[in-house]
Write a protein that binds this ligand. Structure first.
Ligand code: NAD
Length: 279
């Protein structure tokens, strides 16, 4: 049975589209008021289009269509003051933040020998500093209220490496270390902190021309069908990618009121690839 979130407030970063939007809608459907942010801006260091303001507006519209309230803000998670301001606004308008999902992230692909400072700074800024800023911003209010459910989004590359992914993998390994340490800091205050480690999820992060071409350099204009076997080889089960809702299910589980004694864990949702890494 999905948990009931009536009367709660959930904050989700990077929710203009993809997994973040799926999480926001699910919490709204279960009764929570929603706070979402997204940077809504392309970055030179990222080889595919990021979300737009229209995407963010659409998430807000979809959440409101469930009957719940929604604050949607254009904000960069790498900016500490922007995240503090977002949480202050959420607490002043909605009274509280009970649940935070640190979901915003980018994939940057470059071999270590040619990765630029900008690429490194972007992927560490969005994926690791952004998670720190989100967790740090919500934890003060959660401590005062003695309640919180924080879910961070790592990756199957948070427990392994891959070619051209040293920055991304470093950021996602970092998310796991941050999550475990934050869970200990916040354990006395009724706050849980857990990570989800997705495999290939069917969002614009993987369905884009740059990644398709990197995966099939032998083809001029590779299609989803052309890259599916390559994606599938990263999983153990014979499936190239999973839908965002599969991650949402686990986020909902970790964010449930009843999951009060699960903290400091990492739950992989990666079509069995977890069996290939230690612990
Ligand atoms: P996505 O690109 O559709 O969504 C990511 C969103 O985050 C975008 O809307 C983007 O604009 C936003 N964003 C990026 N940097 C931001 C920043 N600094 N501040 C605010 N917003 C920012 O991709 P997704 O698959 O929904 O990704 C969600 C999370 O899941 C990410 O952390 C990603 O690393 C992780 N993940 C994805 C996959 C996958 O295969 N798609 C696999 C493992 C982990």
């Amino acid at each position: 049975m999905p948990a009931d979130h009536d009367g709660q407030v959930a904050l989700i970063t990077g929710a203009a589209r993809g997994q973040g939007r799926s999480h926001a809608l699910a919490f709204a459907e279960l009764g929570a008021d929603i706070v979402v942010c997204d940077r809504c801006e392309d970055r030179p260091a990222v080889g595919y289009p990021l979300a737009t303001e229209a995407d963010l507006d659409e998430t807000v519209r979809l959440v409101r269509s469930t009957g719940r309230r929604c604050i949607g803000v254009r904000a960069d998670t790498a900016d500490r003051s922007a995240m503090n301001a977002l949480v202050e606004r959420a607490e002043s308008e909605f009274g509280r933040v009970d649940i935070a999902v640190a979901n915003a992230g980018v994939a940057v692909a470059a071999p270590i020998q040619s990765m630029t400072d900008d690429q490194w700074a972007e992927v560490i800024g969005s994926n690791l500093t952004g998670v720190f800023n989100t967790v740090a911003a919500v934890s003060g209010g959660m401590m005062q209220r003695g309640y919180g459910r924080i879910v961070t989004i790592s990756s199957m590359l948070g427990r392994a490496g891959n070619t051209s992914m040293s920055g991304y993998a470093a950021s996602k390994w970092g998310v796991i270390g941050l999550t475990k340490s934050a869970s200990l800091d916040l354990a006395p205050f009724g706050i849980t902190v857990n990570a989800v480690a997705p495999g290939n999820i069917s969002t614009p992060m993987i369905h884009n021309d740059a990644l398709y071409s990197a995966m099939r350099p032998d083809l001029d204009h590779p299609t989803a069908e052309d890259v599916a076997p390559v994606f599938q080889s990263l999983h153990a089960q014979p499936v190239p990618w999973l839908e965002a809702e599969e991650i949402t299910r686990v986020v909902l589980f970790l964010a449930a009121r009843g999951s009060s004694h699960i903290s400091g864990t990492v739950i992989p949702v990666d079509a069995g690839n977890a069996a290939r890494v230690t612990a």
